[in-house]
Write a protein that binds this ligand. Sequence first.
Ligand code: SF4
Length: 468
Amino acid sequence: MADKNLEFLDIPRRMPDEVPVAVRIEGWGEIYGVYDAENNVEQASRCLDCGNPYCEWKCPVHNYIPNWLKLAEEGRFHEAAQLSHETNPLPEICGRVCPQDRLCEGACTLEDGFGAVTIGAIERQITDTALATGWRPKVAPRVAGKRVAVIGAGPAGLACADRLAMRGIETVVFDRQQEIGGLLTFGIPPFKLDKAVVKTRRTVLEEMGVVFRLGVEIGNDISIDQILEEFDAVFLGLGTYGAVDGGLPGLELRGVHQALPYLIGNVNHLLGISDGHPLIDVSGKQVVVLGGGDTGMDCNRTAIRQGAKQVTCAYRRDEANMPGSRREVKNSKDEGVQFLFNRQPVAILGQNHVEGVLIAETELSLPDDRGRRSPRNIPGSETVLPADAVILAFGFRPDPPTWLRELGVGFDRRGCAMTTPEGSPLAYQTENPKLFAGGDMVRGSDLVVTAVYEGREAATSIARYIGL
Ligand code: SF4
């Protein structure tokens, strides 16, 4: 029998099977399959249980990774799911969308030389399997007389609602969209996260007692004053929906689109929802995507599936300094996206409609104290990249609603809500004591899993604040 601690020598890292490129770009389904029982056991058994679980520390929610890998190896999916949910309210979602190569798997002891344990794929499979076979998170008996409102049904809001419901606290989640998930549903394309997964999570939360009031716009359909009167505390997880446009000349030209309306319009179209984000169809077009983060990769791959004639992604640094997940860059390349590295857009060109992007070549400075290398345009290097659709994926900034500014909440100069720091007894409390906030609207645009972490932690503070 193989030595338990040396199984990684015999069993190579293996991701679940991928849908072949030629098939996947014809549709919108997730591109990774699932392990069969044997492969799941094998891949989970590769964990060394090395005693220094750097993976746990690198995981923003500090999952008990080696422990639930062991349970998965033994086929004990319900216990594995229970343990997984102790730290992560949305494990099946993080297992799909986290950039594991930069987080847990990047810190795995086996990563150097043998290939990291496939932590994300196994995390996803544990909860998918457990939910499909009847497991549900444990919930404490209902606490009488305490009610909390959550505004925003994105990852931070859902994580907060989950933890409040687990404590037996009556929780009502408000969202302006008709479905829960925020960017999980409307921003992240279905080939990364099937929308049925989010719907299943909605059912689970409802079974835990969470009430969703969807299609409700605060300030129009219900006032924040009414919410503050009806509830003992409020959590805000409003995300970052303002676009960074880079101030380029030519932004007003037809055919120039912001990433978020582009992605939302596509998902709405697929889900049959009409809410003011129409489909932007780039089929047959020469598309240029500007930006090298995960949102840029989502736009690249969406454009490919829409049938763009060509998709070119331009990024101002080199490939090694891209901010997004390596896996998503690889997937983009596999699916036919052309990359231009060390290219900075200078202007968008055209008469009424976009005709091209003027881009300069860049060189990188030496690393600053955070290790980032700044791009500098090389004089005289400008060329025109022909385009008849341009998608801007430069990032997002907070866009706090007017009603929030009138409640005494403080904002920093980026527009992020200011809260008490982590480690304080009431972390994530705003300057209005009844209002707590977390996720992107506090830290700026970041990962799903960091929003999950902050929603989870804010729930602990809220419970304390309402005396539980
Ligand atoms: Fe890795 Fe993300 Fe899961 Fe943490 S939550 S173990 S970082 S996939």
